[in-house]
Ligand binder design. Structure first.
Ligand code: AKG
Ligand code: FE2
Length: 369
């Protein structure tokens, strides 16, 4: 295996990293642009210390966890049993798969086709959407945290903030407009059904989390991971937990998603038609750690592109300043509050200031024990 020639060359302090990031960013064509140019070596802004990735990859082989499967078909006949499965999965692993969720295969196929259609548009057309201005509800970029993290990741993303104020479809690229609107509507309905189960799993009324506005807003992230000529030197998505209430993820059949469980990286292999659901930081905080928002990442591959679509349920910098803290029914003398109360604005400001650095965004809000 080829390893970076000399680790001192890639140390971010050893070169004018900012200039190289800027030069790359100004191409407005993302990692797909690099991959299309046929480069055999990846630019050093993407290169991680070789030992970090090799060590991590060997760790992942030892793991044998099966990601729990929640079959929504069982809801009518055994709701309580399903709620118990959700509790176990959200508490122990923080990740589960959902099957028989009611979204037709044609909608899932359409969602992937839309993702591909956008990312494979001519570079000049995509460039119109390229940018990092948080006020733009539809924006395309390579790594939202490009200038913040130590190492860039081999991934491009089309970000679309769909709700709470409904997005004007005209803001979406024509090539994927209708399918994004349709997917958004359907995934929101699945999200509400899951929030009811998650509420019951916490021993609360089914509408509790919906009434806390946990499905009021969502964004869709259409990720595109081109084949990488040196996959062992970088990552598709760096280690992170999600800064939302929860996430519904659709991944294609390439693979690469891993979750950190009991000190090991565990593969989350693709299952056709299944959704992957994970608990985000805000539900971990509200549930007072009954639910876990766990670290996950995506490996780069020499095959691709890999497509995935993440639906983040959150209100982002919610201007209403609603307060979120551990739910009072879940706090007792035996189980005191583990976090202080926060506003989403405060939480997101912290999150955007740090990027995907593998440190939980909840850390500054944890109360001393
Ligand atoms: O592409 C994936 O499978 C995961 C993406 C992800 O973790 C995210 O968008 O937060
Ligand atoms: Fe994530």
């Amino acid at each position: 295996m080829e390893v970076a020639a000399d680790s001192t060359d890639i140390a971010p302090s050893a070169y004018n990293r900012y200039q190289e990031l800027k030069d790359f960013d100004e191409t407005k064509s993302g990692v797909k642009g690099i991959s299309d140019s046929g480069l055999a070596k990846i630019p050093r802004i993407f290169v991680r210390p070789a030992d970090e990735i090799i060590r991590d990859r060997s760790k992942s082989r030892a793991a044998g966890l099966q990601i729990p499967i929640i079959d929504l078909k069982n809801l009518a006949t055994n709701r309580q049993g399903t709620v118990e499965q959700v509790l176990e999965a959200a508490h122990k692993v923080g990740f589960f798969r959902v099957v028989n969720h009611g979204m037709p295969e044609s909608v899932l196929e359409g969602a992937f086709a839309a993702a591909r259609a956008f990312h494979e548009l001519p570079k000049e057309v995509k460039a119109e959407y390229y940018g990092r201005d948080g006020k733009r509800r539809v924006r395309f970029s390579c790594n939202f945290d490009l200038y913040m993290t130590t190492y860039a990741s081999w991934r491009d993303t089309l970000f679309c903030r769909m709700e709470p104020e409904p997005l004007d479809p005209q803001e979406l690229p024509l090539v994927c407009r209708d399918t994004i609107m349709e997917y958004s509507k359907q995934v929101r309905a699945v999200g509400i059904a899951l929030l009811e189960l998650l509420s019951e799993a916490l021993g609360l009324k089914p509408d509790y989390l919906v009434n806390m506005n946990c499905a009021k807003g969502h964004a869709l992230l259409y990720h595109y991971y081109p084949a990488c000529p040196e996959p062992d030197l970088t990552l598709g998505t760096a280690n992170h937990s999600d800064p939302d209430f929860f996430t519904i993820l659709l991944q294609d059949d390439i693979g690469g998603l891993q979750v950190y469980y009991q000190d090991q990286w565990v593969d989350v292999p693709p299952v056709k038609g299944a959704l992957v659901v994970n608990i985000g930081d805000l539900l971990q905080l509200m549930s007072n750690d009954i639910f876990k928002s766990v670290e996950h990442r995506v490996l780069s591959k020499d095959v691709g592109p890999r497509l995935s679509i993440a639906c983040f349920f959150t209100l982002y910098e919610d201007p209403t300043s609603k307060i979120y803290g551990p739910i009072k029914e879940l706090v007792s003398e035996d189980r005191p509050a583990l976090y202080r109360e926060i506003t989403l604005r405060e939480f997101m400001t912290h999150y955007y200031s740090k990027g995907l650095d593998g440190i939980s965004a909840l850390t500054p809000f944890r109360l001393p024990s």
